[in-house]
Write a protein that binds this ligand. Structure first.
Ligand SMILES: N[C@@H](CCC(=O)N[C@@H](CS)C(=O)NCC(=O)O)C(=O)O
Length: 204
């Protein structure tokens, strides 16, 4: 019997959710043991596995430490027998990785804004939060431009987008992004019904 891979996990991280959706979509979830941590507090085992101290971090069943979410998904995509979620080569690969980068960048800006907003009010920078909010807005507009071209595809790019949008809904529900982006909103409403999306929805 192969031993389990260990995933340093936090239920609120859009990047962890991306890896969790990836493993559920590919049937690899039974091979993963989750270790839930608060990544914003020092954690000896996580720090040893990843000098950046971030989640997600994966320890493979042969003991290799992998981060970040993009590298982890790249590793996982060769471990299952279903259709590849990351194209191997050519323009399709570049398009998928660029979409992943756009979605991850949007999630990163949203996380930065959120972290700033929970600092003591006197330390918060409105400029900094505004900068991150504008980055998120531009990324949403770019996604609205390309959503129609995705069709039924749910690969690495779309998984990353879905988890980034889920994070916006979770942390910034008072700022509905969908009203001015109807194509993206309709796509997300459909995708949010997938079992892997429902099972990983952040709550709290
Ligand atoms: N690019 C990374 C981003 C990971 C990330 O920012 N994780 C956050 C949680 S959402 C974290 O662990 N932050 C802890 C820290 O920055 O110390 C990925 O795709 O995995």
């Amino acid at each position: 019997m192969t031993s389990l891979m260990k995933l340093f996990h936090s239920p609120f991280s859009p990047f962890v959710r991306k890896v969790m959706v990836f493993v559920m979509e590919t049937g690899l979830d039974t091979r993963i043991e989750r270790v839930t941590v608060n990544p914003w507090e020092p954690h000896a085992e996580l720090g040893e596995a990843n000098p950046l101290g971030k989640v997600p971090t994966l320890i493979t069943d042969d003991g290799m430490n992998l981060y970040d979410s993009a590298v982890i998904c790249e590793y996982l995509d060769v471990l299952h027998n279903g259709p590849d979620l990351i194209p191997h080569a050519g323009p399709e690969r570049l398009k998928a990785l660029r979409l992943e980068a756009l979605a991850d960048g949007m999630a990163e800006a949203a996380v930065l804004r959120r972290m700033e907003s929970v600092r003591p009010v006197a330390l918060q920078s409105e400029d900094w939060m505004g900068l991150q909010a504008r980055t998120v807005g531009r990324a949403l507009d770019a996604l609205e431009q390309e959503v129609e071209s995705w069709g039924q595809l749910f690969g690495i790019g779309q998984i990353s987008v879905a988890c980034a949008l889920g994070y916006l809904d979770f942390r910034f529900s008072h700022e509905p992004w969908g009203s001015s982006r109807p194509g993206l909103a309709a796509w997300y409403a459909r995708i949010a019904q997938r079992p892997a999306m429902i099972a990983t929805e952040p709550k709290g």
